[in-house]
Design a protein around this ligand. Structure first.
Ligand code: FMN
Length: 454
């Protein structure tokens, strides 16, 4: 279906006058004379009546005192998409209960008596259906109805009208599967036909000269016998939306949930872990707080180098020896435990973390202070490892923090030829998830807060 622009006419419905609660819009519209350029008068099959939502809202009594504007906006808001503060005030781009995303929930002070603001119609599709029913009965014509509101657009200056309610009309003209002039099959072109008609009608309605209704002739192929899907069908489902939040809000949400989104990942897919990602994660790790203004964290990144297998074999041998030296552990139990260490063989990347106590830790003659100093550096290592893991998780990768290197520091340092001042922090098995992580079971912060003693 394509429009016939040569035959497209749009005319205003003049003389509607101010609308008051309870007014019958269909009666007002059919009581006026609609004049067409070719001299004809009145409605014909296929005409589309385009009505500014403001008069629909006024007729439905959706007018409130201006003092309660903020409360009205809040009550119309389902979620805040973006907020912008300027010296003139704060603008909130919000999603309304209709699914519409627009400034101030569509609550508007223009074209209404001073001291009042107009809300959007409660259910613009229902309003469109009702109006259409009455218009069809009164005129005997097969008409369509679109209810419009004015919106700004991301990335574009200026406002334009869109369809927020529709009845008896195709709202989206799906070209998918049609063949273009070059023989190419269109794969995803969907024309927002109701929005285009709303915008076209606004060219003749205008904002200031008080003509809130236009009739569009020449697009009868989009008028449907039934009510059609309504304008609600144009609202893109949130989970399919590439831009569900304003930039500032998305950044804020990402920051607020970054720590929560990290999960220990024990099963990896074959997806290759980019070297740059590891570098970015280490860049985050080395922003960790550390004692005495030191920078004691060190990392070794291993992929498939022979040293990885050499290291893991040496650790395994030490582990077996340690387990056999522990009373009451059966060979079966030893094998089961060893199996759990396989993750460091299987992961696409292993990142070994260390604290170099030679990089600024103070020396103490007594064990108590020496241990406290060491602990202090090790907790800084923990912070660095967590930063690393959070950054990986934020970019869709995952990791498991495996402690084994901490239990055999001498074996590790020997195999990797590292100084004895290096204290292993464990190893991170890094990769992309084979399956989605289970959602976290929520923990109550209060359960972790130590009550104050008097
Ligand atoms: C210092 C440290 C050592 C860990 N060692 C191991 C380990 O050896 N093997 C293992 O499977 N998980 C190890 N973990 C991961 C924990 O088991 C994991 O954090 C826990 O299951 C909670 O899951 P979550 O990280 O998804 O919240 C270690 C975690 C930390 C902080």
């Amino acid at each position: 279906m394509s429009a016939s622009p040569a035959g497209l006419q749009i005319t205003t419905v003049l003389g509607i006058g101010p609308i008051a609660p309870g007014d019958d819009l269909a009666a007002l519209i059919t009581a006026t004379k609609i004049h067409w350029l070719d001299g004809s008068v009145g409605f014909a099959d296929g005409d589309i009546v385009v009505v500014t939502s403001k008069i629909v809202a006024k007729a439905e009594g959706r007018v409130v005192a201006a003092q309660s504007r903020d409360a009205a906006i809040a009550s119309e808001t389902v979620r805040v998409v973006a907020t912008k503060s300027t010296p003139r005030g704060t603008t909130r781009i919000v999603q309304t209960q209709h699914g519409l995303v627009l400034a101030a929930a569509g609550v508007d002070a223009s074209n209404v008596e001073a001291g009042h603001v107009v809300l959007l119609p409660l259910d613009p599709d229902a309003s469109a259906r009702e109006l259409l029913t009455h218009l069809r009965i009164a005129t005997g014509c097969s008409l369509g109805v679109i209810i419009t509101d004015t919106m700004g657009r991301p990335w574009r200056l200026g406002v334009t009208d869109v369809a927020i309610g529709a009845a008896g009309i195709t709202v989206v003209d799906d070209h998918t599967g049609r063949v273009d002039g070059f023989g190419r099959t269109l794969e995803m072109t969907m024309i927002a036909i109701a929005d285009e008609i709303a915008a076209a009608a606004d060219l003749v309605k205008g904002k200031i000269d008080g003509s809130p209704i236009a009739v569009v002739r020449g697009l009868g192929q989009f008028v449907t016998a039934d009510f059609g899907p309504g304008a609600r069908a144009v609202v893109r489902p949130l989970d399919e939306d590439l831009f569900p939040l304003g930039t500032a809000e998305a950044i804020q949400q990402g920051r607020a949930t970054a720590a929560m989104n990290r999960r220990t990942l024990r099963q990896f897919s074959d997806q290759v872990v980019d070297a740059d990602l590891i570098v970015r994660a280490i860049a985050a790790a080395i922003t960790a707080p550390a004692p005495h203004h030191t920078t004691p964290w060190r990392f070794l990144v291993l992929r498939d180098e022979p040293i990885r297998a050499t290291l893991l074999m040496a650790m395994r041998e030490r582990w077996i020896a340690d387990l056999r030296a522990t009373a009451g552990i059966s060979e079966d139990s030893i094998n089961k435990r060893l199996k759990r260490g396989d993750i460091l063989y299987d992961a696409p990347v292993v990142v070994l973390g260390f604290i170099d106590l030679g990089a600024g830790a103070h020396r103490y003659p007594d064990a108590e202070r020496a241990n406290a100093e060491r602990d202090m550096f090790m907790v800084s290592g923990g912070a660095a490892m967590q930063n690393l893991m959070i950054t990986l998780a934020a970019e869709g990768a995952g990791s498991a923090w495996i402690s084994s290197t901490m239990f055999c520091a001498d074996v590790v340092n020997d195999a990797l030829q590292l100084p004895a001042t290096y204290q292993p922090l464990g190893a991170l098995a890094v990769g992309y998830p084979a399956t989605a992580a289970a959602p976290r079971t929520e923990r109550s912060p209060s359960a972790f807060m130590i009550p104050k003693v008097n």
